[in-house]
Write a protein that binds this ligand. Structure first.
Ligand code: C2E
Ligand code: MG
Ligand code: MG
Length: 685
């Protein structure tokens, strides 16, 4: 497409001549104007690619004036042509930044060269201005601050984001040096501060891509920024710096870091941080940087599971939070208190002045925890047990320390609630024995070596055998017969009670079947169930054992302990009710030793209360035991429950129990627990 040209010329003949010549050269003449005003109108309506403008025009406005007006409204390039020129005119013409200047008369070649140069120059300018517009738009909109400076460090470009980050007024940064505008400080001590104005080499900048520095804003505030700097190219010495405000990002990083090291509920250090500090304490001793003892206290809230399940997790969380605060308060600031897990807090006393100081801290902790705590209009009384482990140089790993502190806590919990126990080596041996026992037991279960003994239960009115209790026995290849008091707790702690319980139940059911087949019947056999077994589907277990053995439910009794009433009473009551509906009897074992209350006794479908042996042992001599036993029997009668006394060893005890109206007797007086063969013989008599 040929370029379009507007001719402004007041000499009609000249205008016609020029027009004809231009057409011949291949341009399109969009019009001719004789007056300045007309030239402006035509220029704006026709939008020619170029204007050939005579300077001397008749009328008000000369060509320079007209070109100025056209320039203001558009960017059409103008070539002036004039027959004469003086300095004054040239000067005036110059300010309109014309694209060419030809003197009349001009030949075709001169004209065409001028026109082509003007068009080319205009195009280049147009492109440049487009590029600049795009660049400006980009720089105004990028989320990074951009600052560019020349070889002297003088800023010639700064975008709005950079102004915002630095806090300077729009345009105020131009002409400042980089050092004046960007006041940088090291982010961490020991870190280099960037030298902005005297970069030695290109490689120097390369080190500073994405580096973090602190920037002091014009208002004096400090913001963390991430900064990259580069030379535009190695020769030009132009520096371009991009900056990004990373306060928000750092905020996120901080929370992420915080979550990794602190417990969100109590805001105390978590297990990971605690272990880290413990390791540091050990390392400092090993490197000789610090002498002396340090200790770990494991603080466990007693019965926390009951609180959590009984009152809900919200209450549980509040208790944990409050206890965390209380413990933190009694511990010196330079010691560590962490939430180690669930309801266990771990305390690192470093350094500590021998065992005595640790014990003193234990007392402070247990006292602080014992204060009644009000949660959601309830007042709870909670105790803490503490396991203490003092390291006087024998421990070289955090794992070992934590293991033994855990053992001490476990011991404290089983000794008495609210107590503390300092770990000693005997405990370690106990712990080892525990693990041995566990492994042995696992093996014994697989090999089926467990045995069941039977102890007769006599009806006091008739003097006849009414039932018997099945009691597990562990014939150990090396240690002989291990009594249940030694292995049942380990089985419960390790979960082995599930397979053990099932093993005993199936063995007993099969035995009942054998006796019945031999014509020996008319009695029940009681099997002990651990509270933990109720965490699984006991109903299915009992049904399965009865089905495979083919015994009647009326031959089976299940003994439960008061522990079952300690948690999830509602659920356990339903499970017991299901069992009772099957036709199985439920007995409450070891009654009087736990936390039984009448209210839950009523909720459980019990048939029998077994009075704990501890009340019977000294029944003949101890007045308190008499009172308690009498009361239990009376209570059983009023609740329509049969009563059974365990551990009856002599005639005197038996007579007292008879006088109180006790229904059944179990004990060595009538018969010790015995193996199947002996029991079969007993039944046959
Ligand atoms: P328990 O259920 O209260 O069983 C009664 C315990 O008293 C038995 O101890 C029995 O041997 C003992 N005993 C009975 N009469 C007398 C007596 O006149 N004098 C004395 N001094 N003791 C007497 P054993 O067999 O050592 O069992 C201890 C506990 O182990 C049982 O107490 C029971 O809680 C538990 N246990 C035994 N077998 C099993 C089982 O198969 N499963 C579960 N979960 N626990 C079991
Ligand atoms: Mg029992
Ligand atoms: Mg008992």
């Amino acid at each position: 497409m040929s370029s379009s040209i507007l001719i402004v010329e007041d000499e009609v003949l000249v205008a016609r001549d020029v027009s004809a010549r231009l057409e011949r050269m291949g341009y399109t003449v969009v019009g001719t104007a004789a007056k300045g005003e007309d030239a402006i109108k035509l220029a704006l309506s026709e939008k020619p690619n170029l204007i050939l403008m005579d300077i001397n025009l008749r009328g008000e406005m000369d060509g320079i004036e007209a070109a100025k007006k056209i320039n203001e409204a558009s960017s059409i390039p103008v070539i002036f042509c004039t027959a004469y020129s003086n300095d004054e005119v040239l000067q005036r013409a110059k300010v309109t930044s014309p694209f060419g200047y030809v003197l009349k008369p001009f030949d075709n070649r001169e004209l065409s060269i001028n026109i082509e140069i003007a068009l080319y120059k205009h195009k280049v300018e147009q492109d440049l201005s487009d590029t600049k517009k795009n660049l400006d738009a980009t720089l105004n909109n990028v989320s990074d601050g951009v600052v560019a400076a020349d070889a002297d460090g003088k800023i010639f470009l700064i975008n709005p984001m950079a102004e915002k980050i630095v806090g300077c007024d729009p345009g105020a940064g131009f002409g400042m040096t980089l050092d004046d505008l960007l006041k940088l400080k090291a982010f961490e001590s020991g870190q280099a501060v960037i030298n902005l104005t005297s970069p030695e080499t290109f490689a120097y900048w390369k080190q500073f891509s994405g580096i973090r520095q602190l920037l002091t804003r014009t208002d004096g505030q400090t913001v963390p920024i991430e900064l990259s700097a580069s030379f535009l190219d190695e020769g030009s010495n132009l520096t371009v710096i991009t900056l990004r405000d990373i306060s928000q990002q750092l905020g996120y990083e901080e929370t992420i870091q915080k979550n990794a090291l602190f417990d969100s509920l109590t805001e105390l250090p978590n297990r990971a941080l605690f272990v880290d500090r413990l390791n540091r304490a050990i390392n400092r001793r090993e490197k000789g940087g610090q002498q002396g003892e340090f200790s770990v206290l494991f603080v466990g809230l007693d019965g926390f599971a009951v609180i959590n399940e009984g009152f809900g997790h919200e209450v549980g969380d509040k208790v944990i939070t409050e206890m965390g605060k209380r413990i933190r308060k009694v511990i010196r600031d330079d010691h560590t208190v962490s939430r180690f897990s669930g309801d266990i807090f771990a305390v690192l006393l470093d350094p500590v002045d021998a065992v005595a100081e640790s014990i003193q801290v234990c007392q402070q902790i247990t006292t602080a925890v014992q204060e009644p705590i009000a949660v959601n209009d309830k007042t709870l009384n909670i105790t803490a047990s503490v396991g203490v482990l003092v390291n006087s140089g024998d421990y070289h790993s955090a794992d070992e320390m934590l293991r033994d502190a855990g053992t001490a806590l476990h011991r404290a919990k089983t000794d008495a609630q609210g107590s503390y126990v300092v770990f000693d080596n005997l405990m370690y041996e106990d712990a080892l024995r525990f693990i041995d026992r566990k492994n042995d037991m696992q093996k014994a279960l697989v090999e089926g070596v467990f045995d069941v003994y039977y102890q007769p239960i006599i009806d006091l009115k008739t003097g006849q055998l009414a039932s018997m209790e099945a009691l597990a026995r562990w014939p150990h290849p090396k240690e002989g017969m291990i009594p249940p008091d030694e292995f049942i707790p380990i089985a419960e702690a390790t979960g082995l009670i599930m397979p053990l319980g099932e093993f005993v139940l199936r063995k007993v059911c099969n035995q009942i079947r054998s006796w019945n087949d031999m014509g020996l019947d008319g009695f029940r056999v009681a099997v002990n169930f651990s509270a933990r077994q109720f965490e699984t589907d006991v109903l299915a277990l009992v049904q399965a054992a009865m089905a495979t053995s083919g015994i009647l439910p009326s031959t089976l009794t299940i003994e439960i302990t008061e522990g079952l009433a300690m948690k999830d009473v509602a659920r356990n009551a339903i499970m017991l009710e299901d069992l009772r509906r099957l036709g199985v009897n439920i007995s409450m074992d070891d009654f009087g030793t736990g936390y039984s209350s009448l209210s839950y006794l009523k909720r459980f479908p019990l048939a029998t209360l077994k009075i704990d042996r501890s009340f019977i042992k000294d029944l003949e001599t101890d007045e308190d035991d008499k009172e308690i036993t009498k009361a239990i029997i009376a209570m059983g009668q009023s609740l329509n429950l049969a009563t059974l006394a365990e551990g009856v060893e002599n005639e005197a005890q038996l007579e007292i129990l008879r006088s109180y109206g006790c229904d059944y007797i179990q004990g060595n007086y009538y018969g010790k627990p015995m193996p199947v063969a002996d029991m079969t013989e007993y039944l046959n008599r």
